[in-house]
Write a protein that binds this ligand. Structure first.
Ligand code: PGA
Length: 233
């Protein structure tokens, strides 16, 4: 079971230090892998404070080139130099707000994996796509842009459930996860308004191997509660 907190554009270095010190001090279930994904500018603090713990520090994106004229981008080798363990790619906010295509997401994932980072690649349909009955086709297209890798995890995040307080029903999550798994058999996270109140039920679905948590990961007690909900013990 993996529970990853995607902080998005929240928590600068100061807040990251405080959060990670507190996170370090709390007991975590042994059967749940915990990951935090701070913004780039806070990664060094997170790596420093969480060194020697089992908590992984991931970035929120990663460019495919090793270096070059790519203003605003960061490469896998730079992340590795910092001690970062992995990265998210293809988050729906990157796809929707910054125009990232399936092809770009596939290149980012491949380069990060080849460099030695773990990758959480996000997929998911919009509300209009779901209403039009296109969920399966969209998921198949997005997942097909990725290649199998032992260090790849996919997060199914229906866009209409992100930050909205609406979650997929456990059955919807299970169904989408089966589609994803039929294309690429890698561990699968559910994401989209995961909260302490709904985490146990979502994480109990057989095809759900963990959660990618946005808003509820910013508050330590709620993040901890979600991590505990992922424990089978
Ligand atoms: P949310 O975000 O938990 O705030 O809905 C999830 C995500 O975007 O990864």
């Amino acid at each position: 079971m993996l529970v990853a907190g995607n902080w998005k554009m929240f928590k600068g270095p100061g807040e990251t230090l405080a959060f990670c010190r507190a996170l370090r001090a709390v007991p975590r279930p042994a059967d749940v892998d915990v990951v935090v994904c701070p913004p780039y500018v806070s990664l060094a603090e997170a790596v420093q404070v969480l060194a020697g713990t089992e908590v992984g520090v991931f970035a929120q994106n990663c460019h495919w080139a090793d270096d070059g004229a790519f203003t605003g981008e960061v490469s896998a080798s730079m992340l590795l130099e910092l001690g970062v363990y992995g990265t998210i790619v293809g988050h729906s906010e990157r796809r929707q707000l910054f125009g990232e295509t399936d092809e770009a997401v596939g290149r980012r994932a491949r380069a990060a994996l080849d460099a030695g980072l773990d990758v959480i690649a996000c997929v998911g349909e919009t509300e209009a796509e779901r209403d039009a009955g296109e969920t399966e086709a969209v998921l198949r297209r997005q997942v097909s842009a990725l290649e199998h890798d032992d260090n790849l995890v996919i997060a199914y995040e229906p866009v209409w459930a992100i930050g909205t307080g609406r979650t997929a029903t456990p059955e919807m999550a299970q169904e989408a996860h089966e589609i994803v798994k039929s294309v690429l058999d890698v561990p699968l996270l559910y994401g989209g308004s995961v909260k302490p109140e709904n985490a146990r039920e979502l994480l109990a679905q057989p095809a759900v191997d963990g959660a990618l948590v946005g808003g509820a990961s910013l508050d330590l007690p709620s993040f901890e509660a979600i991590c505990r909900a992922g424990s089978r013990s």
